[in-house]
Design a protein around this ligand. Structure first.
Ligand code: UD2
Ligand code: MN
Length: 340
């Protein structure tokens, strides 16, 4: 200001105002420029001095920075993966055991603590009367997903009552209910009895709908048929929305997975699969459940998909939510989906 006043003696009053503005701009420029320099020093320091490993970076920042530690994006390939793991199906296993093994999970949800997950994924499991299968799946799936460094939530959608089972409609309900809790970007549509054998089979979505079950123990680890899309499937919110979800009309066993494939193909999307040596599952042995007899109408329904998909799906899925229990290891949605 002293500078301005003395200059003011020389210059007329009106010009002083312009000079003040000039002074301020020069000061602002200097401040900004020094900030840029500081940043570029920081960047080159980061690039040259700090090893790439995420935990080392975190430790370094904790030690040396006064600000809270930075959370870096999780690496493309998680360092925690083990590959093929030996699965166990102990008859004595209890839900409490699985809870004790997964203290980091709250209401079925988990996010890596030292890096930001690359995707937020909801696992949707249609279920009725398969408690033991659910237990084995939770036992394997929680640590499996944590090793993949995914932000995830597990939703079990229970069909209430004993009318004919409808897997597809339950998955539509799961999708709609999960989105009320969080804006999940990826959905894994997951049979309760399929346990993944290799954690390189990543539970994340791709640019195209992904089918994760190439082989199962019960079928000699061979793909059942070319267009097979059942068991475990990964679709982004956008992809699932684009096909209007599943049809709600498949009551009983069969056809609903082929219907979803037709919807995907009608949208000019293609199905991708991980390599066969990775996309391997053990299916816990079971017989056909009562209340899930083969659907005799399925071939007829599959001929109509092209005509009806726009009005039979997420946009016409009517149901009554009977309860939502936020249990430690999963969100349990019990629903009345009506009957055929
Ligand atoms: C195949 C497909 C499955 C689905 C089904 C036809 C594979 C690996 N899976 O399974 O995705 O297309 O054929 O509908 O090819 N469920 C219950 N309680 C019941 C009945 C069914 O929880 O009473 C659920 C459970 O999540 C089960 C799924 O529905 O895993 C499929 O039923 P399934 O296991 O009896 O049929 P499956 O093995 O032939
Ligand atoms: Mn099965």
């Amino acid at each position: 200001m002293g500078f301005c006043v003395s200059v003011g003696r020389i210059l007329r009053k009106g010009k002083c105002f312009v000079l003040v503005l000039l002074c301020l701009s020069v000061l602002a420029w200097i401040a900004n420029f020094s900030g840029e320099i500081a940043k570029s020093i920081q960047v080159s320091f980061n690039m040259t001095q700090i090893p790439v490993k995420a935990d080392t970076l975190r430790d370094h920042l904790t030690k040396h920075a006064s600000t809270p530690p930075l959370k870096v994006k999780c690496p493309q390939t998680s360092p925690l993966l083990k590959g093929a793991v030996k699965l166990s199906f102990e008859p004595s296993l209890t839900l409490k055991d699985v809870e004790n093994d997964n203290k980091g999970v709250t209401e079925g949800k988990y996010a890596p603590t030292d890096c930001t997950a690359r995707q937020s994924v909801a696992i949707l499991i249609p279920h009725r009367n398969r408690e033991k299968h659910l237990l084995y799946l939770l036992h394997h799936l929680h640590p499996f997903l944590q090793r993949q460094q995914i932000h995830y939530g597990i939703y079990v959608i229970q069909q209430a009552g004993d009318t004919t089972f409808n897997r597809a409609k339950l998955l539509n309900v799961g999708y709609l209910e999960a989105l009320k809790e969080y804006s999940w970007e990826c959905f894994i549509l997951h049979d309760v009895d399929l346990v993944p054998e290799n954690d390189h089979n990543l539970y994340v979505c791709d640019k195209q709908p992904k089918h994760l079950v190439v082989g199962r123990n019960v079928t000699g680890y061979k793909l059942r048929y070319k267009g097979y899309f059942g068991g475990v499937t990964a679709m982004t919110q956008k992809q699932f929305d684009k096909v209007n979800g599943f049809s709600n009309s498949y009551w009983g066993w069969g056809g609903e997975d082929d219907d979803l494939r037709i919807r995907v193909q009608l949208q000019k999307m293609t199905i991708v699969r991980p390599p066969a040596d990775i996309a391997r599952y053990t299916m816990v042995f079971h017989k056909r459940d009562s209340g899930n007899e083969a659907n005799k109408d399925r071939m007829q329904l599959l001929r109509q998909t092209q005509q009806v998909w726009r009005k039979d799906g997420l946009n016409s899925c009517s149901y009554k939510t009977l309860s939502i229990e936020r249990l430690p290891l999963y969100v349990n949605v019990t629903v009345d989906i009506g009957k055929p």
